[in-house]
Design a protein around this ligand. Structure first.
Ligand code: ADP
Ligand code: MG
Length: 449
């Protein structure tokens, strides 16, 4: 791959992550890398409008992406096809050889993933306290630390925050953060290099010399038997040497059914913590934090509007905020709720999709195949009671309606009954995979456009 393509791939991945797919495709996806001149990456735009828009983001999105990418590029210059002629064919800069050791522990952590930038709420306070404790005393307290939770809820952020924290205290610490995919690829590569199928020495040395090993999204280790074996030995070695291990996954280690038993039990031998969906208060706090980081002045109305409507996960929440930001900048419009509605119309059908108690109760009835009159009524049959409690939990969680209000809806039930239902399902959600799956299905049904 030629150098400009490679560098653009790296930088654009950060741009892509910082905005909605629609905006990215519309503007940045249309740029073609041409060459690199004096550390400036030259990109060709097919249309003047694309060039103009992209140029408008030089000081914000682009600057940030260049910084995050850690490449040597100092700036990006967008030219039109007719201007591209003046650039001579690309000269490949000579790759800089790095000593192996340094390269192994090249810092790949995203510097913005810190504890300071991580908003703590009910959904993540245990995970965040555990992560801080680990960052302060790596290898001592909770080893391994296993963090699990749904997509876009902050697992990678919190993991990398541990790494950034440890490095800020001691920059010589060997922090090895890898995705499971990287770990598997490196393992496979190292085997292929050796004719006798033995593990390559450099792989072994790299992983066993880490002070902290973090492997993200371990669920992707499914059916990789020999990589699991390599991980098992690496794990034991590091563990015996009191080196910290941090793992993340989309599910509890017990649910990693494709994993060898011995690995599963190792994973559970330290502390296992979960991250769940943020409540509306936490979503508001996250939006405030993100707006502050991006220096985006946004009113409370707009923040609440986004927090009320984007409930799926934090990544989407962040994407929505960026889209509103992008839209206001692009259109030169003042940022108010109407503009936000317009900007987010692809995300949410604001006109028809307002979640109500009725929506939640109806979805629950459909899902469990029971009658509306029964869920509201007094029947004590097990499946009806279960569905009723789940609906109560969801109403409280998604709409934040006070307990006595919910009690009124359910035929004048006392608020303690409602509280009991909410707490029971709330704790089952953490321990019972079936309830977890039911709640996830229902959320998806209710939140569907
Ligand atoms: P996961 O690894 O669980 O899929 P990430 O860690 O990649 O999720 O988080 C997705 C995005 O949401 C990141 O930009 C991250 O900074 C942000 N995020 C998630 N949780 C929080 C939080 N509690 N406070 C601030 N930002 C958060
Ligand atoms: Mg992640």
């Amino acid at each position: 791959m030629n150098e400009s393509v490679k560098v653009w791939k790296e930088i654009s991945s950060y741009i892509e992550a910082s905005m909605s797919t629609v905006s990215y495709e519309m503007w940045f996806g249309k740029l073609v890398p041409l060459t690199i001149e004096n550390n400036k990456l030259i990109l060709v735009a097919p249309l003047v409008s694309v060039k103009r828009t992209v140029d408008g983001f030089k000081d914000t999105v682009i600057k940030e992406a260049i910084e995050k990418s850690g490449t040597y590029i100092s700036d990006i210059v967008v030219v039109l096809e007719e201007e591209a002629e003046v650039y001579k064919p690309e000269k490949e800069p000579a790759p800089i050889e790095k000593p192996v050791e340094e390269d192994n522990f090249r810092n790949v952590l995203d510097p913005s993933f810190t504890f300071d930038n991580f908003v703590v709420g009910d959904c993540n306070n245990i995970a965040s306290s555990a992560a801080k404790a680990v960052a302060e005393n790596p290898g001592v307290l909770y080893n391994p630390l296993f963090i699990y939770g749904g997509v876009g809820l902050g697992k990678t952020h919190i993991m990398q925050a541990i790494g950034n924290y440890i490095l800020s205290a001691d920059k010589n610490k060997k922090i090895l953060y890898v995705t499971t995919e990287q770990f598997v690829n490196e393992f496979v590569d190292s085997i292929m290099k050796n004719k006798d199928n033995k593990l390559n020495k450099s792989f072994r040395e790299k992983y066993r010399s880490a002070d902290v090993l973090m492997i993200d999204d371990i669920q992707f280790l499914a059916n990789k038997t020999s990589t699991q074996e390599a991980l098992f030995h690496t794990f034991n070695d590091l563990y015996q040497n009191k080196k910290q291990i941090v793992l993340s996954s989309d599910r509890h280690p017990k649910e990693l059914t494709f994993l060898e038993e011995r690995l599963k039990s190792r994973f559970q031998s330290g502390l296992t913590v979960d991250i769940t969906n943020p409540s509306v208060e936490t979503r508001v706090a996250i939006l405030r934090k993100k707006a502050e980081i991006k220096k985006f002045r946004v009113s409370n109305d707009v923040i609440f509007f986004i927090a009320d409507n984007i409930t799926s996960n934090v990544r989407e929440l962040e994407g929505a905020l960026l889209k509103v930001m992008f839209y206001c900048d692009l259109m030169g419009k003042e940022c108010n709720v109407d503009v936000a509605k317009e900007a987010l119309k692809d995300y949410i059908d604001v006109t028809t999709h307002v979640i109500s108690i009725d929506n939640i109760v109806d979805a629950t009835c459909t899902y469990f195949n029971i009658k509306r009159a029964d869920i509201i009524g007094k029947k004590k049959v097990k499946n009806i009671v279960n569905a009723r409690q789940i609906a109560i939990y969801l109403i409280n969680d998604l709409l934040g309606i006070p307990l006595n209000g919910i009690g009124d809806y359910f035929g004048g039930r006392d608020h303690t009954t409602i509280m009991y239902a909410r707490d029971k399902i709330g704790s089952l959600c953490k321990t019972d995979p079936l309830v977890q799956a039911q709640i996830n299905d229902l959320r998806a049904m209710i939140q569907k456009k």
